[in-house]
Design a protein around this ligand. Sequence first.
Ligand code: GTP
Ligand code: NA
Ligand code: MG
Length: 290
Amino acid sequence: DDEGDRVSRPPVVTIMGHVDHGKTSLLDAIRHANVVAGEAGGITQHIGAYQVEQNGQKITFIDTPGHAAFTAMRARGAQATDIAILVVAADDSVMPQTIESINHAKAAGVPIIVAINKVDKPTADPQKVRTQLLQHEVFVESMGGEVLDVEVSAKTGKNLDKLLEAILLQAEILDLKANPNRTAEGTVIEAQLDRGRGSVATVLVQNGTLKPGQIIVAGDVWGRVRALVNDKSEHVKEAPPAMPVEVLGLSGTPQAGDKFAVVENEGRAREISEYRQRLARDKAAARHSG
Ligand code: GTP
Ligand code: NA
Ligand code: MG
């Protein structure tokens, strides 16, 4: 219906890999930020979403936790994305959640780019990473395969520009498009109840443009968008395709992974959310009655 209105959009890139292999550090280095310092025990426990600009081109990043407990978050991260960055620490090589991440990316059908991290360490062995990846059917370019691989260091900043170039190259091949002129829809990345702000849902707009004042349904909750807040805590007037944004004003907290969409009026929003709540209640009742 809207084929003619589709224009290029930024790639959505999910960072995956084993715990402590340096996913958040890499993103911090790319963004010139310091998220790791604020994490309890240095362990990522939620999904973070950020947008950066390289040579005038935007890239949306989704950070995921590497800890074994967060399988569902990794799976969801792989589903909302165009490209998966597999971070493997060169001193630790391929580990259980590295393999799990490969499987999530393959299941979601998204191309992988390998970032061999921590190459600044004296014990780094990037070649071992490449040969171990071969055993899991990830054939990197430098060994004659098709998967782009880049040796990086979040600590020294080595080759971060090359990693961004590899992402933009892959994105070009994928020829990603969306229509900014239609009603917005997308996916909930995470949501929580904030003491001061009420329900805060981080969403990724996947098509259309989301604006304050619009009415959305997300999973089985709804609301009029009171404000949109970007990854720099700034209020914004609109969120175009591939932009991660916090939505304030929902009646409750949707589930991570829920789809959201703009609807025409409050009555319609209430109708859809009540229908979904009833479905969920019926399902739960059916489970209890065995
Ligand atoms: P989870 O999200 O908990 O899975 O961890 P993560 O993959 O985000 O790793 P994180 O960024 O928390 O980094 C783990 C540790 O590795 C920290 O102590 C970082 O300082 C260190 N680190 C990350 N990248 C590098 C690197 O390139 N070189 C060196 N030497 N240390 C690094
Ligand atoms: Na960590
Ligand atoms: Mg992390």
